[in-house]
Design a protein around this ligand. Structure first.
Ligand code: NAD
Ligand code: UD1
Length: 338
């Protein structure tokens, strides 16, 4: 199949393009580098030993998108393109709604024009909001979102469901990612946050390499096994393989399915620190500070639907996640060259 990956130069899209090609598909990438840079594409080409067709366009630009669909016979789209900084979305909500929703609408218009009916969407566990019990399961009520970013995901899920409701040819898979971490085992591509990282794994690896002095653990008084926050961390390569499985499922089925991509296991912040230290033989200095506003104590996925429908489950361990994160960090102490 010929797959268009919007946002395919980003963290998850780049890993997914490689897994798709390794599984025998063709990838075409559209990305405007708003949160990535051209050297990623060069490195992907090196890993895969071929040149992936690439278009530097804003996916919201209907005319530019139309040209891509005219040049390539696209069979399916995986829509990664989106702004994802939760805190920033609270500060500049209009930018987030404009970018994330407009890009989706443009894509839907051009897909309709070119008779493309298969749509895989990068959604997030954040759509479960802060009122649900754990584990999160796909048929739970969604909503009570904590940021404009999260609402963009939920609104886009609704838009896609509305489109599928009146297009019986349409096949949509809403992939609800839990916490993607780790990097490609080659050490050539990985997560490259701008400035001081907000998320735990990139923060720990920058402490490990000496760029940051110590980890601040946000609270040790949660009702969890050791008082620190618990999450379902999933290796980005497992997540990427989940997209290949979702695509193959979507080719054979119509309608809309929301599917969790996680491991089903929750680990605490202290579990991560300990495993990172043991796996990489390095010390992570930390101090406990107060809770971060908006954080939830504990969540992880029910992963039975992914196994049932996609015949997919995550295989990599927490040690794999820590090892690959550290390899990426040590091989690329300053991230990608600009
Ligand atoms: P990322 O920022 O690394 O990748 C997103 C890519 O989209 C970037 O390369 C960016 O340049 C591009 N992009 C954004 N807007 C665009 C536009 N209008 N036109 C063209 N390109 C555009 O993020 P990621 O971590 O790879 O996430 C991919 C998707 O998965 C996003 O939609 C994100 O919201 C979602 N998601 C990510 C996580 C996570 O923890 N990383 C969790 C849940 C969901
Ligand atoms: C964050 C996003 C969420 C997104 C997810 C993807 C917020 C509020 N939520 O969630 O929308 O889907 O990333 O990966 O930003 N922690 C520390 N110290 C740190 C950083 C984190 O103790 O310096 C703790 C947090 O309190 C949390 C855990 O580590 O318990 C994981 O944090 P993080 O990596 O930021 O992910 P989430 O909060 O789950």
């Amino acid at each position: 199949m010929n797959i268009l990956l919007t946002g395919g130069a980003g963290y998850i899209g780049s890993h997914t393009a490689i897994e798709l090609i390794e599984a025998g598909h063709n990838a075409v990438i559209a990305d405007n580098f708003v949160n990535s840079n051209p050297s990623i594409v060069k490195r992907m080409n090196e890993i895969i030993g071929q040149t992936i067709p690439f278009y530097n366009i804003d996916v919201a630009d209907v005319a530019a998108l139309d040209e891509v669909f005219c040049k390539h016979k696209i069979d399916a789209v995986i829509h990664f393109a989106g702004l994802k900084a939760v805190g920033e979305s609270v500060q500049i909500p209009v930018k987030y709604y404009r970018n994330n929703i407009d890009s989706t609408l443009s894509l839907l218009e051009i897909m309709a024009k070119h008779n493309v009916h298969t749509f895989i969407f990068s959604s997030s566990a954040t759509v479960y909001g802060n009122m649900n019990n754990i584990p999160y399961i796909e048929n739970m009520h969604v909503g009570h979102c904590s940021s404009p970013y999260a609402w963009t995901k939920l609104f886009i899920e609704q838009i896609l469901a509305d489109v599928a409701a009146v297009n019986s040819d349409f096949s949509v898979v809403l992939l609800r990612y839990f916490n993607p971490v780790g990097a490609h085992p080659s050490g050539k591509i990985g997560e490259n946050p701008n400035g001081i990282p907000n998320n735990l794994f990139p923060y720990i690896s920058q402490v490990a390499i000496g760029k940051l002095a110590e980890l601040k653990i946000f609270g040790n008084d949660y009702p969890t096994k050791d008082g620190t926050g618990v999450r379902d961390y999933i290796h980005v390569v497992d997540l990427a393989k989940g997209h290949v499985a979702a695509l193959e499922y979507a080719e054979k089925h119509k309608g809309v399915e929301a599917i969790n991509l996680g491991t089903g296991t929750g680990y605490s912040v202290l579990d991560i620190v300990k495993t990172f230290e043991q796996t990489n033989n390095i010390k992570i200095p930390y101090q406990i500070v107060s809770r971060r506003a908006g954080d939830i104590a504990e969540y992880y996925a029910d992963v039975s639907k992914a196994l049932l429908l996609l015949n997919w489950k995550a295989k990599k361990t927490l040690a794999d996640m820590c090892r690959d994160t550290w390899r990426w960090q040590t091989q690329n102490p300053d991230g990608y060259e600009k």
